[in-house]
Ligand binder design. Structure first.
Ligand code: PNS
Length: 164
């Protein structure tokens, strides 16, 4: 039986840490959907279309990876696409509490969908979308923290903000 994983996130922007999780999960699952969560309450740097495009441009080398977006409950979305598992990355112990809570809530709503965690690679353990955004908005060097195509999309978004 083919196994489908769903890797959800805000991806504002996708980082090399996200890409590392995607590449490793793509080896375990037959198909992996990277699902960009559209949450109107959050104020992202990148528009939903930019985030979807940024992920798409980062995964062109992975034939079993698809990119989609979702609104509302993650567990309902994962069930609607027939996912076997929700994939999440873990960096530091600080991530654990939130991830634990999320995994429990999602299991409560969809008991048949497992949450599977990928432990960070040491090299990307300190990288987060928030850090990339902060450095980018303060015009620091964030190359090497995000996939190359993402850097161009982030630069454009930062320029757009500065010139408003
Ligand atoms: O990259 P992030 O910001 O850690 O991703 C968070 C995301 C999008 C996975 C999470 O906010 C989410 O699942 N949102 C959908 C709403 C939902 O299902 N909430 C209940 C579980 S906490």
């Amino acid at each position: 039986m083919a196994h489908l994983g769903v890797y959800p996130g805000s991806f504002d922007p996708p980082t090399l840490g996200h890409l590392d999780v995607i590449e490793r999960a793509a080896k375990i699952f037959d198909r992996l959907i990277v699902a960009v969560g559209i949450n109107r309450a959050k104020k992202p740097l990148l528009t939903p279309d930019q985030r979807i495009e940024a992920v798409k441009q980062s995964v062109t080398h992975l034939p079993n990876v698809e990119v989609a977006s979702f609104q509302g409950l993650l567990s309902a979305y994962a069930a609607s696409v027939g996912a076997d598992a929700i994939v999440r990355g873990l960096r530091a112990t600080a991530d654990f509490e939130y991830e634990f809570q999320m995994a429990m809530v999602n299991r409560r709503m969809q008991p048949d969908i497992e949450t599977v965690f990928f432990m960070t690679n040491w090299e990307t353990s300190y990288v987060s979308s928030s850090i990339v955004k902060e450095v980018a908005l303060l015009h620091g060097d964030f190359q090497g923290l995000v996939p190359e195509p993402v850097a161009r999309i982030v630069e454009k978004a930062v320029r757009g903000r500065t010139h408003k």
